[in-house]
Design a protein around this ligand. Structure first.
Ligand code: G3H
Ligand code: 13P
Ligand code: ZN
Length: 307
């Protein structure tokens, strides 16, 4: 039981045709829901922290809670910086004790993305930390990076980028996007691009961002109890399962956690407006997150019993 990098996790996932769930954490209940789910499924897990989460909870609190989660569950856990915007944030994460960092230079000109990623890879590797980078642009919102259109990852560029930067994993754009509104029409992912990247970079771990499935039941519960989430649509679970069996070794989910949590909290308040004990609404939210995580591990990621 320790904080580990994603190196061994990804190797086993690639060879075993499954993926590791990377869940965004912001507070204690989310951490407990996620790790209890992973523990119940005997599954490896990645906890990831965005810049927004760093600001919200503070690096010291997050690190201490993740240490507590490891001690409590006996799991090996990777602690990852999600969408690191700059060197300063990457350094803060590494100083805090993160074992993996993402540098997101996907919005930069190609050569600049290479130069900045390479600099971060050298620094991180010197500190025994692994690095995820991104190539291509996901439609939607990536922290402060907004885009209306997808720019799919170019497979030749992906190979060139990995060779020039020495990065440990690569997030690619094949049609997913962040948030609850991923597709206006039918859901479609460019598996042909993923396959081409896999062929050009055999054995290399690929990461899928914007991969929440936006469970209609959670959306319905939110709306039934006073919410107003209209037209939400996520990535179908079958597509995520297919990606997990290919080169995708890490699947990022945040929106699904948010919806599971909010649906539970709204339900408690909707059914009992007199309630004001936080344990009475955060407890069910934590349980619902655990249920979601177990479902994903078992039916989508395929990482049950892979410890
Ligand atoms: O990719 C972004 C994640 O969903 C994190 O979102 O920046 O609101 O914490 P956040
Ligand atoms: P979702 O918004 O689909 O959950 O994606 C989360 C993500 O990619 C975090 O980096
Ligand atoms: Zn992301």
């Amino acid at each position: 039981m320790a904080l580990v990098t994603t190196r061994d996790m990804f190797k086993k996932a690639y060879e075993g045709n499954y993926a590791i769930g990377a869940f965004n954490i912001n507070n204690m209940e989310i951490i407990q829901g996620v790790v209890n789910g992973a523990k119940a499924e005997n599954s490896p897990v990645i906890l990831q922290v965005s810049s927004g989460a760093l600001k919200y909870a503070g690096p010291k609190y997050l690190k201490a809670m993740v240490d507590a989660a490891i001690a409590d569950t006996g799991l090996d856990i990777a602690l990852h910086l999600d969408h690191g915007p700059d060197f300063e944030t990457v350094k803060l994460a590494i100083e805090t004790g993160f074992t993996s960092v993402m540098f997101d230079g996907s919005h930069l000109p190609y050569e600049e993305n290479i130069a900045k990623t390479k600099e971060i890879v050298e620094y991180a590797h010197d500190h025994s930390v692994v690095v995820e980078a991104e190539l291509g642009v996901l439609a939607g919102v990536e922290d402060d990076v907004k885009s209306d259109v997808h720019i799919y990852t170019d497979p030749d560029q992906a190979k060139d980028f990995v060779e020039k930067t020495g990065v440990d994993s690569l997030a690619i754009a094949i049609g997913t996007s962040h948030g609850a509104y991923k597709f206006t029409g039918e859901a479609k992912l460019r598996f042909d691009i993923l396959e081409e990247i896999q062929n050009k970079l055999p054995g290399f771990p690929i990461v899928l961002h914007g991969a929440s499935s936006v469970d209609p039941e959670s959306v319905e519960t939110c709306n039934k109890f006073g919410g107003n989430i209209a037209g939400a649509k996520g990535v179908p679970n079958e597509m995520l399962r297919k990606a997990s069996s290919m080169a995708v070794c890490k699947i990022n989910m945040d929106t699904d956690i948010r919806l599971a949590m909010t649906a539970s909290v709204r339900k408690v308040f909707g059914e009992n407006p007199k309630e004001f004990d936080p344990r009475k609404y955060l407890g069910p939210a934590r349980d619902n997150i655990q249920k979601l995580v177990q479902y994903k591990i078992k039916n989508v990621l395929g990482s049950s019993n892979k410890l």
